[in-house]
Ligand binder design. Structure first.
Ligand code: RAM
Length: 335
């Protein structure tokens, strides 16, 4: 009798284990890979810091920070292939191309990896969500306004961008071109758009090229933290401070000296630490299959609060902040 009871208890326990095994188990150690456009960019180093902050709060999250040495879709494809073999739980990517990466991120998603893009987006079919730093119209408009302020609303301007396929820069350039058609900017003329590939040396060479081949140039707008830094150096080296003004999106830590030299009056940016932090929370919510993590829902991003996901699967953070000589030093200590 006693033996029968033991056998029955053992069978019941076995059944319970089997049932538990059938139910999809939430991973207790979550590996989130942050794939950036390229390594060695201070903007992404700051985003990485934010990702680490989120991982510390979430406790069971490990961040794998990676990216190619130069910003190319090919380099990111290779990395994602390896992340698929490593069976990471999520990939958070700033994409070097909106479309070229879609087949590989689709493959990753097919293997159960949650893919979200942040900063520079993937086409909707290649990701579950895109986290934008801010609204694209605001970012584009702001940069034209800053250039207009610096040059009194009149004269030739040029754009020094990142890589030619970068999703985020191309969206902002599109907005800038539209804004420039408004009557208030009719005296500003966009004479060239060049690409420094988010490499300091190439951006510097492109900026020098712009300055030398456009003797009437009044402003360079660089919607990239690498480009704005390189363009400012070029203006100083060509002895054009006060004649040509640089503006765009920069990191206070990299731009403080250029604001002091006079090459830059104002520039803008959002907080890249918060962006990396929120992107990590977003990935976590998708891995945990939170019921609200879907287009039309929202993610809850720790200290950043709830971020709504629109019908296209996009979410946006705060408006860009403007920096000039009154505040750049204070923020230079942070990012
Ligand atoms: C560079 C990168 C990044 C962009 C910033 C403003 O660091 O191109 O994608 O968001 O500039």
């Amino acid at each position: 009798m006693k033996l029968k009871k033991i056998v029955m208890a053992a069978v019941a326990a076995g059944l319970l284990v089997a049932i538990a095994g059938c139910k999809e188990k939430e991973p207790d150690h979550i590996r989130i890979a942050m794939v950036v456009k390229n390594l060695g960019n201070g903007f992404f180093d700051a985003a990485h810091n934010g990702a680490n902050d989120a991982a510390r709060e979430l406790k069971n999250v490990e961040i794998i920070y990676t990216g190619p040495t130069t910003p190319s879709a090919e380099g990111q494809i290779e990395i994602i292939n390896s992340l698929i073999s490593q069976k990471v739980n999520a990939i958070v990517i700033s994409a070097n191309d909106p479309n070229a990466l879609v087949p590989i991120t689709k493959k990753a998603m097919g293997r159960g990896i949650k893919v979200i893009s942040f900063d520079s987006g993937l086409a909707p079919e290649g990701r579950l969500m895109q986290l934008n730093p801010s609204n694209a119209d605001l970012i584009g408009t702001k940069q034209v306004q800053m250039a207009a302020d610096a040059i009194g609303g009149e004269g030739e301007i040029a754009i020094l961008s990142a890589s030619a396929q970068a999703t985020n820069q191309n969206i902002w350039i599109g907005v800038m071109k539209k804004v420039l058609q408004q009557p208030e900017y009719s005296k500003m003329k966009l004479v060239a758009t060049v690409y420094g590939d988010d490499q300091s040396d190439k951006s510097y060479r492109e900026a020098i090229g712009l300055l030398r081949s456009n003797p009437h140039l009044k402003a360079i707008i660089a919607p990239t933290t690498v480009g704005i830094n390189a363009a400012s150096k070029a203006v100083v080296d060509e002895h054009l401070v006060g004649k040509v003004f640089v503006t765009g999106l920069g990191l206070p830590s990299e731009m403080a000296g250029h604001v002091k030299s006079g090459a830059v009056r104002e520039f803008a940016i959002w907080n890249p630490i918060d962006l990396g932090y929120a992107a990590t929370y977003a990935a976590y919510e998708f891995v945990q299959k939170r019921p609200t993590a879907h287009p039309g829902g929202s993610i809850s991003a720790g200290r950043m609060g709830a971020i709504a996901i629109d019908a296209n699967g996009e979410g946006a953070m705060a408006p860009p902040f403007t920096y000039d000589k009154s505040n750049v030093d204070k923020f230079a200590k942070i990012f």
